[in-house]
Design a protein around this ligand. Structure first.
Ligand SMILES: Nc1nc2c(ncn2[C@@H]2O[C@H](COP(=O)(O)OP(=O)(O)OP(=O)(O)O)[C@@H](O)[C@H]2O)c(=O)[nH]1
Ligand SMILES: [Mg+2]
Length: 455
């Protein structure tokens, strides 16, 4: 039995309610003490009780609460679990957690509840990962993708490939035991056919990865330009909220600021940056360095120029920095008297700029459409039923495919069945890593550390 862990399962901060979750061998014992439930009273599991939560060893009431007991193995983690619904006050929730710690519970690591669920066989690794993806999904499509994974659709496909590999392996091993492949029940042609069926299935799954990743991760768009051209104003207009400070003082934005945007179901991470220019100010310099990095790391840049002034050396410098990238060019402040025009920019640089006034909100939809067109130009294909969106799954599928192709080559080159079987064995291990049948502890740590605390 593992030790008893406790954590806040709802977001920290003020709210209507806050849920404390406790899991482990002593979760019932600790809860009965703090909730003052007499020992002889039998508990109905999965039943909501109303009562008071007390501090450890004192008579002071932490809160009036609702609570429920879940008996192992019929709980989220597979262990004895107690969930306590408190008023959503950070002070109360902290006191509640401290009361459990005083009795010997430990604060859970991020994702530890789900990790225990996985370790106790409540779900495979694919489903555990899906839970995190559902929580972090920013669009309905990304949520549906993660929900399909949680419902086991990807597990079913992977398990089917795994079963075919296992079946082939057992036939090969039987052939090895018989000593002569010709005399055994599987012929080289049958081996070839079975290898090809699996190879085909994996190749078809891998065709979905681009669309899967686009739905899951969306695109990253950095808004870049010289100081004061209206980058932050465009960010706010796209987000339809006052997210970033806007002012007429050049150099207002000093750091990289990110926010999520959903454009017709497409998740876009918008990144506002500091205006690019030469500056002696240390903080501004740091901000400018970060702007360059943000531009480099984004999929697409929204390059902004100011119509109310002539093109200057910083605009030109910026164009040379981002020239190699995929860009959406925007001429902002077209509501003012124009010293720079769309046609002038076309003549100077051969580039097509969208006319925008962040101030009036005009032209913003053309930036949204350009982002959407860029997204679809990347090869998103909505026809797939099961999509592979996770880089870990993709790399393990590629590994499995490589071993299956090696096995096929060994067969075609007339190598003995031992050689073929050794590659198929490796393919088996790779596919088992996806569902978590044979996943290394450090990889598990990495996966679960990305979860929220309390999940
Ligand atoms: N008339 C007009 N003014 C605008 C427009 N967009 C932005 N501004 C004004 O231009 C000034 C600079 O806007 P910001 O959005 O802060 O510009 P920025 O590019 O983020 O500036 P830095 O963060 O300093 O690099 C502010 O006074 C805005 O109100 C526009 O479309 N029309
Ligand atoms: Mg700004």
């Amino acid at each position: 039995m593992r030790d008893t862990i406790v954590a806040l399962a709802t977001p920290s901060g003020v709210g209507a309610i806050g849920v404390i979750r406790v899991s482990g061998e002593k979760s019932f014992e600790f809860s009965k003490k703090l909730l003052r439930i007499p020992g002889e009273r039998s508990i109905s599991f999965r039943h909501m009780y109303n009562g008071k939560l007390y501090s450890c060893n004192t008579d002071s009431v932490i809160d009036e609460v609702l609570y429920a007991f879940f008996k192992s193995p019929s709980s989220y983690t597979g262990e004895d679990v107690v969930e306590i619904f408190c008023h959503g006050s950070p002070v109360i929730l902290n006191e509640a957690i401290q009361a459990f710690i005083a009795l010997g519970a430990r604060v859970a690591r991020p994702g530890e509840f789900t990790e225990r669920a996985y370790l106790n066989g409540k779900m495979d690794l694919l489903r555990a990962e899906a839970i995190n993806d559902i929580i972090h999904a920013h669009t309905p499509l990304a949520k549906t993708l993660a929900m399909n994974q949680l419902l086991g659709r990807i597990s079913d496909v992977i398990n089917c490939i795994h079963a075919q590999i296992l079946d082939l392996l057992s036939q090969l091993e039987a052939a090895i035991d018989h000593g002569d492949i010709e005399e055994s029940f599987i012929t080289p042609d049958e081996i070839r056919e079975r290898l090809c069926v699996v190879i085909d299935k994996i190749q078809n799954l891998l065709k979905t990865t681009l669309s899967g990743k686009l739905i899951r991760n969306g695109i990253r768009a950095a808004i870049v330009g010289a100081p004061n051209v209206g980058k932050s104003s465009i960010m706010n207009a796209l987000l339809q909220k006052d997210r970033v400070i806007v002012s007429d003082i050049p150099g207002t934005t000093r750091d990289v600021i990110e926010d999520e945007l959903n454009i017709m179901g497409i998740p876009v991470k918008l990144v506002d940056t500091a205006g690019i220019r030469d500056s002696k100010d240390y903080l501004e310099q740091r901000g400018i360095e970060r702007s360059r990095k943000a531009a480099e790391e984004s999929d697409v840049c929204i390059v902004v120029m100011d119509a109310s002034r002539s093109v200057n050396e910083w605009d030109e410098k910026l164009l040379s920095i981002v020239r190699e990238k995929k860009n959406i060019y925007v001429l902002n402040k077209v509501d003012l008297e124009q010293k720079t025009t769309i046609s002038k920019l076309k003549d100077l640089y051969g580039l097509d700029f969208y006319p925008v006034s962040a101030f009036r909100g005009s032209g913003i939809e053309s930036i949204e459409k350009a982002l959407k067109d860029y997204y679809f130009s990347l090869g998103y294909n909505p026809v797939f039923d099961v999509l592979i969106a996770n880089a870990r799954h993709e790399s393990l599928l590629r590994k499995t495919l490589e071993y299956m192709n090696r096995a096929l080559k060994a067969l075609n080159d007339n190598y003995s069945e031992e050689f073929i079987a050794s590659d198929v064995r490796r393919a088996r291990l790779s596919i088992e890593e996806i569902t978590g049948k044979t996943t290394d502890e450090t990889i598990l740590d990495r996966i679960f550390s990305q979860f929220c605390i309390g999940k």
